[in-house]
Write a protein that binds this ligand. Sequence first.
Ligand SMILES: [Cu+2]
Length: 117
Amino acid sequence: MDKLIVTLLGAASIGFIYWFFFGKKEEAAQPKNVWSILVEGGYKPSTVTISHGAPATITFTRKDPNSCLEEIVLPDFKIKKFLPLHKAITVTISPVKKGTYDIHCGMNMYHGKIIVV
Ligand SMILES: [Cu+2]
């Protein structure tokens, strides 16, 4: 009887872990064209998925005083913006081609990704 309970508990926790990691990942991969990225010790989320052929807006809010993160660069879209602390800065992109595009800080140290599907 004890063994059965342990087995059931084990199965339940495996199920939970699976749901926790894979369920969330699937949700993050769902394309949408309005995103908010928190800039704090990096970019959160660091990967955003958008659909091609429609304009997408990404709002960056920097909460990290580290000057390394004060500039956001989207090289493929020729966008470079200063991010004042605690202020939402929105960039709009209209990617026509599917692919993966880089987001990085002014010094190319912190990285994020835009996946266009
Ligand atoms: Cu930097």
